[in-house]
Design a protein around this ligand. Structure first.
Ligand SMILES: Cc1cc2nc3c(=O)[nH]c(=O)nc-3n(C[C@H](O)[C@H](O)[C@H](O)COP(=O)(O)OP(=O)(O)OC[C@H]3O[C@@H](n4cnc5c(N)ncnc54)[C@H](O)[C@@H]3O)c2cc1C
Length: 398
C-alpha cells in the first residue's frame, strides 16, 4: 500500500450534487476540502433529470443557475400524472400563498449539471480527485474515521482527514464500512433510464425516458434492458404515438434496487449526505434537491465539529446534524411512503388521480410539495384528506 502525505481537513467521497454542494459550502468557509470520485466527469447518472423550482435556489447560490438559464435550458411548468385511465395536472406557479424560488422546474442532462456543480466546488477552493475508487474508511484506535483508502489505477492509496463525508450515492461504501447502511425491503424497485430524440424536447433536443418497475419485472428484463423499454413504450396507449418517429440515442442504464435509509447520518469523525444517507423511491423525483440541500445543511455542523475542543463536543455537533436532517426531510419521507403505497395499489392511485383532476387547487398543492416549495405538512394532514374525498360540487364533477 502506498501512503501519501496527502491530508485535507475534510474528504468528501462522491462528487455528485450532494458532494459538490457540501464541498462548495465547506471550501467557502475556508475548510481544506478534497472531493474523491470514482468517475471522470462529465459522467452519466441514471435519473429522470427533473429539477424542482426550489432546487433553483441552491443552483443560484452555487452560481450555476443563471448560466444554465442563459444557455436556454428547458423549463417545466408543472407535472402531469397518469394513473391508468385517470390523470391530473398540477402547476408550479404557486399555490395557497406558497411560491418557489422559480415558478418553473428545469430539465437538464446530469452529465452537464453534475460537471457544473463540481466546477462550482472547485471554484470555491475544493480539490477534486477523479478516477479514485474509495474502498474503505480508515479509523483510529477509538474507531473514529480519520481518512479513506482508495484505489487509483492499480495503486492503493491512504488519504488522511479530520472528517470524512460519505456522499457516494445509494450503495455508499462509507455508510457500509461505518455500519450505518440499512436496506429497506419494500418497495423493491428498479429503474431503466435512456434518452431519445424526436419526442417532446426536455433539453438539447433530447427526451429522458425512465421506467421504474418492481423486482419481478426487472428480473425478467435482465439481459435485454433495451428491448424491455422499447416494448413498454410501444405498448403504452398515451406514450406510443409520441414515439412513432423518435430514435433511441443512448443505451439503457439499469439501476436498483432502491430503498435505503442509514441508521444515522453520522458516526465519529464522519457524516452521510444525499442518497448515501437516504434514498427511498424516484417517484417523487426530489433527490437532487435533497442532495443539494443536504450539503447546505451539513457544512456548518462539520465546521463546528472541526472547531470543537474535544471528541465529545465533536460528536454533539454531528448528532445535531442528524437531528436537523430528520427534521428537514421527515415529512418528505412520510409522503414518499404514502406515494409508494398508492403506486402499489393501482385502483387507489386511479381514485386519487380522479379526485385531484377535479380539485385543481389540491393538485397544485401536492405538486408544490414535489416542487419543494410547499412543506409536506400541507398535504400530510386530515384536512387535506377530507377535502380530497369530500363530495364534489356539480362543477368539480363535470
Ligand atoms: C431512475 C431515477 C430517476 C430519478 N429522477 C430524479 C429526478 O428526476 N429528479 C431528482 O431530483 N432526482 C431524481 N432521482 C434521484 C437523484 O438521481 C439522486 O437523488 C441524486 O443523484 C443524489 O445525489 P448524490 O450526490 O447523493 O448521489 P449521486 O448523484 O449518485 O453521486 C454519487 C457520486 O459518488 C461516486 N461514488 C460512488 N461510489 C464511490 C466510491 N466507492 N468511491 C468514490 N466515488 C464513489 C459516484 O461516482 C457519484 O459521482 C432519480 C433517481 C433514479 C434512480
Amino acid at each position: 500500500m502506498t501512503s501519501l502525505q496527502n491530508r485535507a481537513d475534510v474528504i468528501v467521497v462522491g462528487g455528485g450534487p450532494a458532494g459538490a454542494s457540501t464541498a462548495w459550502a465547506l471550501a467557502r468557509n475556508g475548510i481544506e476540502t478534497l472531493i474523491v470520485d470514482r468517475a471522470r466527469f462529465p459522467r452519466a447518472k441514471p435519473c429522470a433529470e427533473y429539477l424542482s423550482p426550489q432546487a433553483a435556489r441552491l443552483l443560484h447560490e452555487m452560481g450555476v443557475l443563471e448560466g444554465l438559464e442563459r444557455s436556454g435550458v428547458t423549463t417545466l411548468s408543472g407535472m402531469r400524472i397518469h394513473a391508468g385511465s385517470a390523470s391530473f395536472e398540477g402547476n408550479f406557479a404557486g399555490s395557497h400563498g406558497f411560491r418557489g424560488f422559480r415558478n418553473r422546474g428545469i430539465a437538464v442532462r446530469r452529465e452537464r449539471l453534475d460537471a457544473l456543480l463540481l466546477d462550482a466546488a472547485r471554484a470555491a477552493g475544493a480539490r477534486v480527485l477523479e478516477n479514485a475508487v474509495v474502498q474503505d474508511v480508515v479509523r483510529d484506535d477509538s474507531g473514529a474515521a480519520v481518512g479513506v483508502s482508495l484505489r487509483r489505477d492499480s495503486t492503493v492509496i491512504e488519504l488522511r482527514a479530520r472528517h470524512v463525508v460519505g456522499a457516494d450515492g445509494i450503495r455508499s461504501v462509507v455508510a457500509r464500512r461505518l455500519g450505518l447502511a440499512r436496506r429497506m425491503r419494500w418497495p423493491s424497485r428498479y429503474a431503466f433510464v435512456t434518452h431519445w430524440e424526436g419526442v417532446a424536447d426536455v433539453g438539447d433536443g433530447v427526451t429522458n425516458v425512465a421506467v421504474v418497475t418492481d423486482s419481478s419485472r426487472a428480473t425478467a428484463a435482465a439481459g435485454d434492458a433495451d428491448g424491455f423499454v422499447v416494448k413498454l413504450v410501444a405498448s403504452h396507449a398515451t406514450l406510443a404515438p409520441h414515439f412513432s418517429h423518435a430514435r433511441q440515442i443512448s443505451a439503457v442504464l439499469p439501476t436498483g434496487p432502491f430503498g435505503s435509509r442509514a441508521k444515522a447520518a453520522c458516526a465519529a469523525g464522519a457524516t452521510l449526505v444525499g442518497d448515501a444517507a437516504d434514498f427511498y423511491d424516484p417517484f417523487t423525483g426530489k433527490g437532487i434537491y435533497a442532495a443539494l440541500r443536504g450539503g447546505e445543511l451539513l457544512a456548518p455542523y462539520v465546521v463546528e465539529s472541526l472547531r470543537a475542543p474535544n471528541a465529545r463536543a465533536q460528536r454533539a455537533a454531528l448528532e445535531a446534524y442528524d437531528r436537523c436532517r430528520r427534521h428537514e426531510f421527515g415529512g418528505k419521507w412520510r409522503l414518499e411512503r404514502l406515494v409508494s403505497i398508492a403506486v402499489a395499489h393501482p385502483p387507489l392511485l386511479a381514485l386519487i388521480a380522479r379526485r385531484l383532476h377535479a380539485r385543481c387547487d389540491l393538485a397544485d398543492l401536492l405538486v408544490g410539495v414535489a416542487g419543494d416549495f410547499v412543506p409536506p405538512r400541507e398535504v400530510l394532514n386530515l384536512r387535506f384528506a377530507m377535502r380530497l374525498f369530500a363530495p364534489l360540487t356539480a362543477t368539480e364533477a363535470a
